[in-house]
Write a protein that binds this ligand. Sequence first.
Ligand SMILES: [Zn+2]
Ligand SMILES: [Zn+2]
Length: 233
Amino acid sequence: MLRRIAFVIFFSSVALNFAWLGFMSFDWKIIPAALIAWYLADALSGVIHMYMDYRPCTENVGLGQLFFYEGSRESEEYLSMRRAAMARISFFERVVFDFKNHHPRPLALGRRSFIYQTTSIMVFVFPLSVLLNIVCSLWTLPSWLLVGLDVLLLGMILTQYFHGTLHRDDNPWIIHAMRKTTLLMTPTMHDIHHATLDRDFATINGWSNPAVNIIFNYFKQQGKMDRSGLEPN
Ligand SMILES: [Zn+2]
Ligand SMILES: [Zn+2]
């Protein structure tokens, strides 16, 4: 219930940021601004995904046992192990674990509710949305800038939802239409990440994957991307 109330407040803030667009006049620059923002949202999804995949989990708190558990994940034994392990780590650490846990069990993300997929993102994006509310109430931003910021905000909020659609067959028509225009990536493109775990981290449209791959390879050469970080102990 508390989570639903938080979502209503969050989306009211986001809706207010979009409502300011109603007071704007048309400017051709809003089109490149929206496309650049869509690219930036994709790049953010890739860089954050890359960091979460390779950041080592806290050791010896039961995350390894959860990750490699071979029985049913619906069983009381697994659920109580999960509750105990999650109680020992921070909210951020839970998100890190979820990223790693997604690799061997990708379909689970597709089955999650929109609220589950978006809660961790809301925690980080809510302050940014409120900041934009305040800026817009004090100043009149150029329309191209407001469109860009709104598109970036929307891309960040929907990142894990879009990621979930890549692991599910049953999706709304708009997802399929956006894939045809390359505004969203296809499951085949995302499969490359799951097959390698060392490239193509972006999960919205994949436009930024060449750049994010360069960043990844740079850190890998510096010895910062050890594959041991991909699995908890
Ligand atoms: Zn990954
Ligand atoms: Zn995935």
